[in-house]
Design a protein around this ligand. Structure first.
Ligand code: ADP
Length: 563
């Protein structure tokens, strides 16, 4: 069975705190009364020394005895069970005790009057309001000084009453003063307690957040490292410990940064310490999915590293957060896919070459064939050529480069040939294809590869167009080099897809669901060919309006004599 709600466990912190408060409360009552009793005893002894007959004055003795009785009660009563407001009875009874002894001792022992300051201070320092404290002090002390006069009726004169007024006035003033100071003190203490409670609460919230953050950081599989502006690690989660351990040389559990085994994309070339992603992130660089390999041999792992610099309110660099994502499986899977594509392409190439060879041989004897058979063989040959080209592209892409051989050539002719081979397809699709390039445009390029690149762009401009649309091919020489533009009025490309269209096998989602054929290699091949010419290709597009690709190939400066 579970413990009943609200039952305090022995030794629990709240019990200890409550007991301590009770003990303090009791100690305050006893020590206050003890102080008065000590002073009372001194005053009484002084009185007895001055007037030894006081020992036989019953009122005097009764006052002292009452004080001692109150002291005894203070020491023995269970204060924790008595409501706090009853405590005021103690100083009030003290007034009576002092009043009795003072009335017997008379003016000759003035210290008895001063004893009244004790209960006055007690009342004023308790939680009663200043007005109440002053009123109680005034009434009690007036009673103390006037009652004896009233009891001895012969001395009750107006002058006698006025003579005695000084002490009550002083005691009322003291009550006011002490009450104000106590109030002020209490307010300060309450404010202090409130701010301590707020501090405790915010520390507790902070600790809870820290625990949550720690758990989240250790739960995610991504390694995270936070570094301050001086490059010191301020946070490293469990994932990052794993990444760090993977980079440690065998047998070295605590390597320094320079000793870590970090390699580039080829898995072999070490990355110099100051060019490593973490070093660059610490210098304030923001990294976006940089790839490195760590460790060696079969345990080598690949990490994709990103970082984001932190800045103070005034923009000063305050450190950086670096994330490490283990992409080993992904890269190995991509590698396996490339190997598979490459192997399959090789296996396709030989039978395809044979098929094409025999088709071409057969079509050379077209006149011997019935008309419809020749047409069917033409279709077979066209598709076999397409397949052969795809296989060649896959092999070239897998090899990572297209060998280009730039020579002085007439780009005007290259573009005219590319236009004429696309014209049939364009007109079949109901498109207008215009070649605005000059018929002769000398430049240093690989004419075959450039023709292939332009052909890819024209093919796309036809494929991703709409009936009635147009395609414009243009070219010129500028200060920067040879510029070729292929513009269409087709379906356009979504802006969020633009940065991916040159990626391997990328096809925009709308195209993927359409019947337009393609495998997503044409633009990659085009960009690779342009890149091999040390050129660049850019694209602008608007969804539903059209697309424009621009190729720029730098050209050698013309000879000084213009030849
Ligand atoms: P493929 O045409 O075989 O799909 P590409 O690499 O040539 O592959 O093109 C990649 C993707 O870029 C295409 O699938 C298409 O979504 C988009 N794209 C290329 N050219 C155009 C264009 N002229 N108009 C609209 N989208 C295009």
């Amino acid at each position: 069975m579970g413990e009943a709600a609200g039952v305090r466990r022995a030794g629990s912190p709240e019990e200890t705190g409550l007991d301590a408060r009770r003990r303090r409360h009791r100690r305050r009552i006893v020590s206050s009364e003890l102080a008065l009793s000590a002073a009372f005893a001194l005053a009484a002894l002084h009185g007895l020394a001055e007037r030894d007959e006081l020992a036989s004055v019953s009122v005097f003795v009764a006052g002292w005895a009452l004080n001692l009785l109150v002291l005894a009660l203070c020491c023995s009563l269970p204060w924790s069970r008595i409501p706090g407001r009853w405590v005021i009875l103690v100083p009030l009874t003290d007034f009576v005790a002092i009043g009795l002894s003072r009335s017997a001792a008379g003016e000759s022992i003035p210290s008895f009057g001063l004893l009244a300051a004790f209960p006055v201070v007690w009342i004023a320092a308790s939680r009663v309001r200043t007005g109440t404290a002053v009123a109680v002090a005034a009434v009690a002390s007036l009673a103390m000084v006037w009652l004896p006069l009233a009891l001895a009726a012969e001395s009750l004169t107006f002058d006698a009453l006025i003579d005695q007024i000084l002490l009550p006035v002083m005691l009322a003033g003291l009550a006011w003063f002490v009450s104000e100071i106590s109030d002020d003190n209490r307010r300060r203490q309450e404010a202090l307690r409130a701010s301590q409670a707020a501090l405790r609460e915010s520390m507790e919230v902070g600790r809870a957040r820290e625990r949550l953050l720690g758990t989240v950081l250790d739960t995610v599989s991504v390694g995270l490292l936070a570094v301050d502006a001086d490059g010191h690690d301020v946070l490293m989660n469990a994932g990052q410990h794993v990444a760090h351990a993977a980079a440690a040389p065998p047998g070295n559990d605590d390597p320094n940064e320079a000793e870590l085994l970090i390699f580039g994309a080829d898995r072999l070339t070490p990355v110099p310490p100051d060019e490593r992603p973490v070093a660059r992130a610490i210098r304030g660089e923001d990294l976006d999915a940089e790839q490195i390999w760590v460790g060696t041999g079969r345990s080598q792992r690949a990490f994709s590293i990103s970082s984001h610099a932190m800045h103070d309110d005034d923009g000063t660099f305050a450190g950086t957060v670096v994330s490490f994502t283990d992409v080993t499986e992904l890269l190995l899977a991509l590698q396996a896919k490339d190997d598979f594509l490459s192997n399959v392409s090789h296996e396709f190439r030989t039978p395809l070459t044979t098929i094409l060879g025999y088709l071409e041989l057969t079509l050379e004897r077209r006149q011997d064939l019935p008309g419809d058979v020749a047409d069917q063989l033409d279709v077979a040959r066209r598709n076999a050529v397409r397949l052969e080209r795809l296989v060649e592209d896959l092999l070239a892409i897998n090899a990572g480069s297209f060998r280009v051989d730039p020579v002085p050539a007439d780009v005007g002719r290259v573009l005219a040939e590319a236009t004429s081979s696309s014209r049939v397809r364009a007109s079949r699709a109901g498109l207008r294809l215009v070649n605005r390039a000059p018929s002769s445009l000398p430049a240093v390029v690989d004419p075959v590869r450039l023709g292939q690149a332009v052909d890819n762009l024209l093919t796309n401009a036809v494929k991703y167009n709409r009936p009635g649309g147009s395609i414009t091919l243009d070219a010129h020489r500028s200060e920067k080099g040879l510029v070729i533009e292929v513009e269409d009025t087709g379906i356009g490309i979504e802006s969020e897809d633009l940065h991916q269209i040159f990626d391997r096998f990328f096809r925009s989602p709308s195209v993927r669901t359409s019947a337009v054929p393609g495998v997503g290699l044409g633009l990659l091949i085009t960009r690779t060919i342009v890149g091999e010419h040390r050129g660049s290709i850019s694209v602008t597009s608007e969804r539903g309006k059209g697309t424009c690709f621009t190729i720029l190939i730098p050209q050698p400066a013309p000879a000084p004599d213009g030849q």
